[in-house]
Write a protein that binds this ligand. Structure first.
Ligand SMILES: [Zn+2]
Length: 314
C-alpha cells in the first residue's frame, strides 16, 4: 500500500512539474523578444533553415532594421510569422517584403503575413515583390491564390505588388523611396524563377543571394560593394542531383564569396535531415565543421553561421 502511495505521489509531482515546464516554455515563447540595436542598420535572421524540418530552425526569412524600425523583410518561409513576433517587429512597420522565389520554404508564410497585415496600423501600402513566372511560380499567380484563400476578405487592399522579370544579366530597380533602394537580379535555381536582392539603406548594402547554383552570369558583379553577403549553404560537397541543380556546394560558395570581394559572409539555409535518411550526408548540417572548412578554403573574409533571431549590425 505504501508503495502504491509513493508511486501516485511521484506521478502527481511529475505531472505538476510537466505542467510547470510547459507553462514556462509557453511564457518564454510568447515573451521572448530578441531586439536589435535601435540605431543604424542591422540584419536580423528570422529563419536560418531550409525546407527540411528539424534543428530548431525556421525556414528562410530575413529582416532589415534601420534605426529601430523593421523596414525590409526578405523571404517568408515557414516559421517566420512567429519569429517576426519574437523579434518584436510589427507587420505595420514593414515597408517592403521581397520574395526570392515561390518555393514553400521561402513563401509559405506569405498568406499568414498578408492576412495579419489586415489588422495592422499600416499608413502606406505594403510593397511586395517577387519573380514573374507561370501560374504560382510567379508573384501574381501566387497572390491570386492567397486572395482566393482569404475570401470574402480582400487581402490585397493595402498591397503594392511588384512582379519582377528575373533577368540574369541585368540589374532591375525593384523599389526606391527616401529611406531605401531595392534592386534584384535573376539567378539559377533549377527551373524556378528566382531573384537575388540587394537592399541599400543608409549607404549600407546587404545582398541576399537566395537559393541558387552560383553560376548565373551577373550575380558576382551584383554583389560588388556589398557590406554583407548572405549565401545559402544547403548542401555538402558530397551532394548529387537533383540537389546540385538547386544549390551550390561549399567550395563554390567560398569561391563566389571571394570573387565578390565582400568582407563578411553570412551562411544560412542550413539543412539537416534525419540521420537515418539515405541522403542525409548530402546536406550542410550533417558535418557543418567540414563544410565550413571547405568554404574557408576558398574565402578569406569573416564567416557568420546564421542562427534564428540573431542580430548582425552593419
Ligand atoms: Zn530554399
Amino acid at each position: 500500500m505504501k508503495k502504491v502511495f509513493l508511486i501516485l505521489t511521484l506521478l502527481a509531482i511529475s505531472v505538476g512539474c510537466n505542467k510547470k515546464i510547459k507553462a514556462e516554455a509557453l511564457k518564454q515563447n510568447t515573451e521572448t523578444v530578441m531586439a536589435c540595436a535601435k540605431e543604424g542598420v542591422t540584419l536580423q535572421i528570422l529563419g536560418s533553415g531550409g525546407p527540411a524540418a528539424g534543428n530548431g530552425r525556421a525556414s528562410t526569412g530575413y529582416l532589415v532594421w534601420a534605426d529601430g524600425k523593421p523596414l525590409v523583410m526578405i523571404d517568408a518561409g515557414g516559421g517566420t510569422y512567429l519569429r517576426l513576433q519574437q523579434a518584436g517587429a510589427h507587420m505595420g512597420d514593414i515597408a517592403f517584403l521581397g520574395i526570392s522565389h515561390l518555393h514553400p520554404d521561402h513563401a509559405s508564410e506569405l498568406p499568414a503575413l498578408l492576412w495579419s497585415d489586415i489588422f495592422s496600423n499600416r499608413s502606406a501600402p505594403l510593397n511586395v515583390s517577387g519573380p514573374a513566372g507561370e501560374g504560382s511560380d510567379g508573384l501574381t499567380g501566387f497572390l491570386k491564390a492567397v486572395n482566393d484563400m482569404a475570401t470574402p476578405i480582400d487581402a490585397f487592399t493595402r498591397i503594392n505588388a511588384i512582379e519582377v522579370i528575373p533577368q540574369k544579366d541585368s540589374v532591375i530597380t525593384v523599389y526606391k523611396d527616401d529611406l531605401m533602394e531595392i534592386t534584384a537580379i535573376g539567378v539559377n535555381h533549377a527551373n524556378k524563377p528566382t531573384l537575388a536582392y540587394k537592399v541599400t539603406i543608409q549607404n549600407k548594402r546587404i545582398v541576399f543571394g537566395a537559393d541558387q547554383t552560383l553560376d548565373s552570369p551577373g550575380f558576382i558583379e551584383f554583389t560588388k560593394g556589398a557590406d554583407l553577403l548572405v549565401l545559402h549553404l544547403a548542401i555538402s560537397e558530397e551532394a548529387a542531383e537533383p540537389f546540385t541543380n538547386l544549390h551550390a556546394k561549399p567550395l563554390k560558395v567560398g569561391t563566389a564569396a571571394q570573387q565578390s570581394g565582400v568582407q563578411r559572409l553570412v551562411l544560412s539555409h542550413l539543412m539537416k535531415l534525419d540521420s537515418a535518411h539515405l541522403r542525409a550526408k548530402e546536406f550542410s548540417l550533417w558535418d557543418i565543421n567540414s563544410n565550413l572548412k571547405l568554404v574557408k578554403d576558398n574565402y578569406q573574409g569573416a564567416i557568420l553561421l546564421a542562427e534564428d533571431l540573431e542580430c548582425i549590425p552593419l
